[in-house]
Design a protein around this ligand. Structure first.
Ligand code: ADP
Ligand code: MG
Length: 476
């Protein structure tokens, strides 16, 4: 896959996420992978047949529209189910909107006809004057506080309840963590709370929305109006800042940030890494971001996960009284669908969809089968690429600079591939980013390394054990 389609894919996902909202996105789309884009067809895979059917029957048009906004040439989407062992493609075609229904009928053994009648407790998104949608469920009241998020919660609450004219205590407030640990929840809570108090105005934007808003404002010559609108607010909340890209957007973000902070107004930012590691951002922006309060949210402990799950089931039962999840299953989810609040929600949404579809009770067996792809023992901690390089180099008795060098001798090539494989599986970094961190290699080289090691692990038990041991060392 070319770097261009990688970027394009990131933007397609960004659009989709901005359209359907974080909760829906994470339930159904977070596990999509782009396999290829050829001529007019984008090939996308998901881990289970159920996800495929669901996306197909509910979101086929949306997905295609998002593609077409980025790349008009794409007129078909091939959705397939990927499995670890066999690449078991079961493509279906999505054609332009008018013909979708027809095609779904042809694929009736996969698209379940009654699936449309289910309504998950979907957010009633609030209109937000050009901001990204707010999910009214993401409030301070529904946020469960535990050891890992006490500080982030307290700081957010402080920011949301400050009065106009109060001295601004932390500016910007910068919250970072791995995926699914409650950043968006807290940020939306800040926006909802601030606005509900009525005295100050908050605007919540994803970095993507910031970019699209800005880009389209430029196109329609209303850049000034857009800037004015941004500057007329008291609390600017920007989510997923790691996605901010492009010179213009960065420059505009930088101006906005500076003028808001200098004007004594509050800025709240979330990202998946600390400010110093936002590699694509200008140094000045990074240091401005680091100049306020930087708080990390830690992993959700099992207890906290269980509490979140129980609260979620309670909330779902308001809409779906028959939805009953035995404590044993809740315990199983809390234990195995690790650390990530998003997967917890995704897991419950799937069980709910199943229970509505089949009317059958939710059993351990069902949970184990349907949630298999959410059970991820790895990623126990955020691992840094430098750390991977260091540990792998030490283990194979080469130097870290050997790994980054262009040397091609076998004693360096294999460790290098292993390190790239670990970087891909243990971090959220993209292939191009990993390539850059390994001495400026092309992303296809990284992809090749990942595939190579994956296939070797399947046949070489010694290597598989070595890699397991490296993973364990990295996650200690
Ligand atoms: P992030 O933005 O950090 O990736 P989110 O805020 O989207 O994560 O959280 C993912 C899911 O987990 C959301 O549904 C969110 O409501 C839930 N969640 C995370 N932390 C908590 C918490 N402490 N209390 C309640 N729900 C939580
Ligand atoms: Mg988020």
């Amino acid at each position: 896959m070319s770097e261009i389609s990688d970027e394009c894919w990131t933007r397609v996902k960004g659009r989709l996420r901005a359209e359907v909202g974080e909760a829906v996105y994470s339930s159904w789309f977070a596990r999509m992978e782009l396999e290829s884009v050829e001529a007019n067809t984008a090939r996308i895979s998901v881990p289970t047949l159920f996800l495929k059917s669901w996306i197909q029957s509910h979101y086929a048009e949306r997905l295609l529209t998002c593609w077409q906004s980025e790349r008009p040439a794409v007129t078909r989407i091939d959705l397939s189910v990927r499995s670890a062992a066999v690449r078991n493609a079961q493509p279906f075609a999505v054609n332009p909107p008018s013909t979708v229904a027809h095609l779904e009928k042809r694929d009736a053994n996969h698209a379940r006809p009654d699936i449309k009648s289910i309504s998950l407790p979907s957010p009633i998104l609030q209109d937000t004057r050009g901001g990204s949608p707010l999910d009214p469920r993401l409030t301070f009241e529904t946020f469960v506080v535990g050891r890992s998020n006490t500080l982030a919660h307290a700081a957010s609450k402080q920011v949301a309840t400050a009065r106009r004219g109060d001295p601004v205590m932390f500016n910007p407030l910068y919250i970072h963590s791995g995926v699914g640990l409650g950043k968006t929840h807290l940020l939306q809570a800040v926006a909802l709370k601030t606005n509900s108090l009525g005295e100050r105005k908050a605007l919540y934007l994803t970095a993507e929305r910031f970019m699209y808003g800005f880009a389209s404002a430029l196109r329609s010559q209303t850049a000034l109006a857009f800037k004015d609108a941004l500057r007329g607010i008291d609390v600017l909340v920007v989510d997923d800042l790691q996605f901010l890209q492009g010179k213009n957007s960065q420059a505009e973000f930088s101006h906005t940030l500076n003028s808001l902070i200098d004007g004594g107004r509050q800025v709240v930012v979330a990202a998946d890494r600390p400010p110093t590691e936002l590699e694509s951002l200008d140094e000045r922006i990074r240091s401005r971001l680091a100049g306020g309060l930087v708080v990390e949210i830690g992993l959700l402990g099992e207890e906290l996960r269980l509490e979140i799950l129980s609260a979620r089931v309670q909330a779902a039962r308001a809409h779906h009284p028959g939805f009953d999840v035995p404590p044993q299953v809740l315990g199983y989810i809390a234990r195995t669908v690790t650390h990530n609040g998003r997967d917890l929600e995704g897991a419950l949404n799937r069980l709910l969809a199943h229970s509505k579809l089949t009317g059958q009770p939710i059993t351990m067996e069902l949970a184990e089968r349907e949630l298999r792809d959410l059970v991820r023992p790895v990623e126990l901690k955020r691992v840094r690429i430098e750390e991977i390089q260091r540990i792998v180099a030490r283990h194979y008795n080469v130097s870290r600079s050997d790994l980054l060098s262009s040397r091609r001798t076998a004693n360096v090539v294999r460790p290098r591939q292993i390190a790239m494989y670990l970087a891909k599986t243990l971090t959220l970094r993209s292939l191009p980013e990993i390539g850059r961190r390994f001495g400026g290699r092309d992303h296809t080289t990284v992809l090749h390394a990942v595939r190579k090691i994956e296939s070797l692990i399947g046949v070489d038990n010694t290597l598989a054990a070595e890699i397991e041991s490296l993973k364990t060392q990295l996650q200690e």
